[in-house]
Design a protein around this ligand. Structure first.
Ligand code: BGC
Length: 270
């Protein structure tokens, strides 16, 4: 298996794309730390699915008598708090002895016209999507440099690291920042053998899109802009993450890979 002996932390993995990534990493043989903020039941579900695969995970309420190779505890942490982010990395390392792969997946978005965005909403989005990523990555890199090991960082960005998204200005700012963070760190971390890349999904069928999925008019309009004519599935994003986390991707750093059904470059004259 591609990732046997590796330990991965996936932030925001109680649902959606994060959960899909955990499952694919576990299938590839990695030990996985499942992180959640407000959905312990989702983290339990992710864990149960990992156990069904036969991977190993890190979760407090793991029924270890039933499955000796799948035990541990999930870690609750709010990625919007630097203190909690640092604790998350430290606790992951403490439990599994090390970390090899960091997937910065946790992300939020808030819908509002630019002129109505509150400071609280701006802070919420930037703190989770950018500040949390910055300091999780910093703590992970300190661990790798301190233990003289290489590692892989994969950021779950968005087509909106490039593409404007009216009514989501703070979200776009956060993803644009993530794009530059990746390019900058590819250079700073290269000599340590640490790679960093972005996976940029388009419209994926996950809870972040619940409102959209329940609005036939909006959904129809969106589908018209996707050349492949459908939303993506979390596992279609996760497969690329597994590749980027593996030795097959050792020479890839500082890049963004789009998983968007063709959405980003779709322009047509009406
Ligand atoms: C956003 C979704 C949006 C999709 C395509 C994603 O980054 O989270 O809300 O539907 O991009 O625009």
């Amino acid at each position: 298996m591609k990732l046997e002996g590796k330990v991965a932390l996936v932030t925001g993995s109680s649902q959606g794309i994060g959960q899909g990534i955990v499952l694919r990493l576990a299938e590839a043989g990695a030990d996985v730390v499942i992180n959640y903020r407000s959905h312990p039941e989702g983290a339990e579900e992710t864990l149960a699915k990992v156990q069904a695969i036969g991977g190993r995970c890190h979760m407090a309420q793991c029924p270890n008598d039933q499955s000796p190779i799948a035990q541990g505890h999930t870690i609750r942490a709010d990625l919007g708090s630097v203190t909690e982010v640092r604790q998350l990395i430290a606790e992951s390392i403490e439990h599994f002895g090390k970390l090899d792969i960091l997937v910065n997946n946790a992300g939020i978005e808030k819908h509002a016209p630019f002129w109505e965005v509150t400071e609280a909403d701006y802070d919420a989005v930037l703190n989770v999507n950018l500040k949390g990523v910055f300091f999780a990555t910093q703590a992970f890199v300190q661990h790798l440099i301190g233990t003289k090991r290489t590692g892989k960082i994969i950021n779950i960005s968005s087509v909106h690291e490039d593409l404007p998204f009216p009514n989501f200005a703070a979200y776009c700012v956060s993803k644009g920042g993530m794009k530059m963070l990746t390019r900058n760190l590819a250079i700073e971390l290269g000599s340590f053998g640490i790679t960093i890349n972005n996976v940029a999904p388009g419209a994926i069928e996950t809870p972040i899109n619940t409102q959209l999925l329940n609005n036939p008019e909006k959904l129809g309009a969106l589908l018209n802009t996707i050349p492949l004519g459908r939303l993506g599935q979390p596992q279609e994003v996760a497969s690329l993450v597994v590749f980027l986390a593996s030795g097959d991707a050792d020479y890839i750093t500082g890049s963004t890979f789009f998983v968007d059904g063709g959405l980003l470059w779709n322009y047509q004259e009406q």
